[in-house]
Design a protein around this ligand. Structure first.
Ligand SMILES: Cc1cc2nc3c(=O)[nH]c(=O)nc-3n(C[C@H](O)[C@H](O)[C@H](O)COP(=O)(O)OP(=O)(O)OC[C@H]3O[C@@H](n4cnc5c(N)ncnc54)[C@H](O)[C@@H]3O)c2cc1C
Length: 355
């Protein structure tokens, strides 16, 4: 396909973009999807947990699963440990997961171009890429993550962000739970140990204003876990990345005659407390692909319906998480910090979180 002839341009081939591109291409539209990465899913910037319910949207998730998760353990200020039984999901190989979804997009007929960045978007909807293309699609779908260039072009920007840092290390004792570490030190975030067979992802996230403290905070968490002989002393992979935690931004817009939709992190669908966003990226990507196809088939109102549907599906959970996040953050200031009760009540394992 001549790229300039695309009906739909998808920016970003993460879970949201791949799913959007697959659905729109299956509906018979000419789809060009671009990603600045050289290959799908790499480098991995993820703790790699997905809830079991993702099987509704990705029935073949077990093909990339590394191990089952059955429980969550929440440690508050490194002392109290509370178990949440029946917390089910999978630890996945995130690179393989993204590659699987990207293959589905390509197999459906999308032209997927890697190593191609969107470098500018004009007011009339023309999309300029790093390899010199000027694409003028009828629909532009922004699945380009937390700092979405497509979102910025329509004035929809994720303003509240968490920054993260993560190491992978050998896991000495096999484990079936995601471990969460709550501490007043981790302002606006938390620490984690997520087991993945013989290894574990150990990370810390904090509000972006505190990002300079991430390195020593992760070093301290890592040292305490290896001192208690849960993990080895030598990490072998370092990653990190940004997570939007401000809730949903407007998910549709217009640039000249080009209709614009946002999905996944670009639309602010990541949970502001847990930072989980893979499942919502897949789900919203599918809806965006359907909405783009519906719009091009002449169904008026398809874009408004898309925004409304995102609201119906995600707003209740996002609003609750935003409220709990704000409540914990309100305990900081004038030298004050949240105590263990305030931290615990702001986390999903507490009945008060759901009250
Ligand atoms: C350290 C970390 C740990 C996490 N752990 C979990 C977890 O355990 N479970 C969970 O559910 N969620 C987790 N998340 C969140 C999850 O990774 C995201 O919510 C999810 O990836 C969102 O998918 P997406 O498709 O919207 O965006 P992304 O996966 O971010 O994909 C966006 C794509 O757009 C591309 N792109 C960006 N800008 C451009 C451009 N200008 N031109 C071309 N391409 C561009 C990028 O290269 C990228 O491939 C974690 C996030 C981080 C940072």
């Amino acid at each position: 396909m001549n790229a300039e002839a695309a009906d739909i341009v998808v920016v970003g081939l993460g879970p949201a973009g791949s799913r959007a591109a697959a659905i729109a291409a299956k509906a018979g539209y000419r789809v060009v999807a671009v990603d600045r990465r050289l290959e799908a899913g790499r480098p991995v910037q993820c703790a790699e947990f997905v809830p079991a319910m993702i099987e509704r949207d990705v029935p073949n998730v077990t093909a990339v699963a590394q191990q089952k998760i059955t429980r969550m353990l929440t440690f508050t200020e490194a002392t109290d440990c509370e178990e949440t039984p029946d917390f089910r999901g999978w630890m996945i190989d995130r690179a393989a997961f993204d590659r699987m979804l990207a293959d589905e997009a390509a197999n459906a007929g999308s032209a997927c171009r890697y190593g191609t960045s969107v470098v500018a978007i004009d007011f009339d909807g023309t999309v300029h890429t790093s390899d010199g293309l000027a694409l003028k699609p009828r629909v532009l779908i922004g699945c380009d993550g937390p700092r979405s260039r497509v979102g910025a072009a329509i004035g929809q920007i994720n303003r509240a962000l968490v920054d993260t840092r993560q190491l992978t290390a050998p896991l000495i004792v096999p484990h079936d739970a995601t471990d969460i570490f709550l501490s007043a030190d981790y302002r606006g975030g938390y620490g984690w140990l997520f087991p993945k067979g013989a290894v574990a992802n150990i990370g810390v996230g904090v509000m972006i204003e505190d990002r300079r403290r991430l390195k020593p905070m992760l070093a301290a968490l890592f040292a305490s876990l290896s001192a208690s002989r849960r993990i080895g002393t030598r990490p072998f992979a370092l990653t990190g990345g940004t997570i939007p935690v401000g809730g949903r931004v407007g998910s549709t817009g217009r640039l000249g005659a080009t209709q614009v939709l946002l999905a996944g992190d670009a639309a602010g669908l990541t949970n502001p407390v847990t930072g989980a966003g893979i499942a919502s990226a897949v789900q919203s990507g599918a809806l965006a692909g359907h909405a783009a196809a519906d719009m091009l088939s002449g169904r008026s109102g398809a874009l408004d319906d898309y925004d409304e549907e995102l609201g119906d599906i995600f707003d209740a959970a996002l609003s609750r998480a935003l409220l709990r996040r704000r409540q914990v953050l309100a305990h900081y200031g004038d030298g004050r910090r949240p105590d263990a009760t305030a931290l615990a009540e702001g986390w999903i394992s507490s009945p008060n979180y759901w009250a």
